[in-house]
Design a protein around this ligand. Structure first.
Ligand code: G3P
Length: 221
């Protein structure tokens, strides 16, 4: 399973990269807003390029458009995609968004269809030619729907029609989300670094390690 980091924070990206398990980055307008007090387009462009330069060969960075009409999304999508070959253009699942995904995909620009909450939205994302679909499972769970169930439905639909769109499970809130994704064979998850850390840490590992070292060090050389 691929691990993406859901952040625009360079320090967090460097930390995840140092673990050697980083397959890509996803950002969104909220995550970018956390990095800047005042927006400066040149700085934000440089920020995205810096992130791309940190990534390994097969990895990519999803950058979301902030426009919401077909024409503007296409214009912005083309501009974003020219910044770096590793950039995938993130487009929201709206009527204009679907059209923009279709246009960009037909023109060789990879897209990530975001804000997906239903199997039919995911079906349309795939039909439009999206490289990735991002179902937001945590936000569904917040409303007492079952995010993992949605992923299973999308997997089933994609299998039925042999769609190549990759499922990138987003809005990951906890390690259970990640283990459930792994069990059903989801292509990738995108999570904040604090959730990735929970995969490593276990109190029994710490207790065990402390005891091993304590026992070993009881003897004098
Ligand atoms: O990047 C999109 C998604 O992962 C957002 O997550 O936690 O804001 O629902 P969250």
């Amino acid at each position: 399973m691929k691990f993406f980091l859901d952040t625009a924070n360079i320090k967090d990206i460097k930390k995840a990269k140092s673990l050697g398990i980083l397959d890509g980055i996803t950002t969104n307008p909220t995550l970018i807003s956390k990095e800047y007090l005042v927006y400066d387009e040149k700085k934000i462009i440089k920020h995205y390029i810096n992130i791309c330069n940190l990534l390994e060969d097969e990895s990519d960075l999803s950058v979301e458009v902030i426009s919401n009409t077909y024409i503007e999304m296409i214009k912005e999508g083309k501009k974003i995609s020219k910044l770096h070959p590793k950039i995938v253009v993130k487009i929201p699942m709206t009527e204009d968004g679907i059209k923009a995904i279709k246009y960009l995909s037909n023109n060789g620009i990879k897209t990530n269809c975001t804000l997906v909450f239903s199997p039919l939205q995911a079906l349309l994302a795939a039909k439009s030619g999206a490289e990735y679909v991002s179902p937001f499972i945590g936000r569904l769970d917040d409303l007492s729907y079952n995010g993992i169930f949605l992923l299973k439905e999308i997997m089933n639909i994609y299998k039925n029609y042999n769609f190549k769109t990759k499922i990138l499970a987003a809005s990951i809130r906890n390690p259970i989300h990640i283990s459930e994704c792994a069990k059903i064979g989801i292509y990738a998850v995108t999570a904040p670094i604090k959730v990735i850390r929970t995969l490593i840490e276990n109190p029994l590992t710490k207790i065990g390690l402390d005891k091993f070292l304590n026992d070993y060090n009881k003897k004098k050389y």
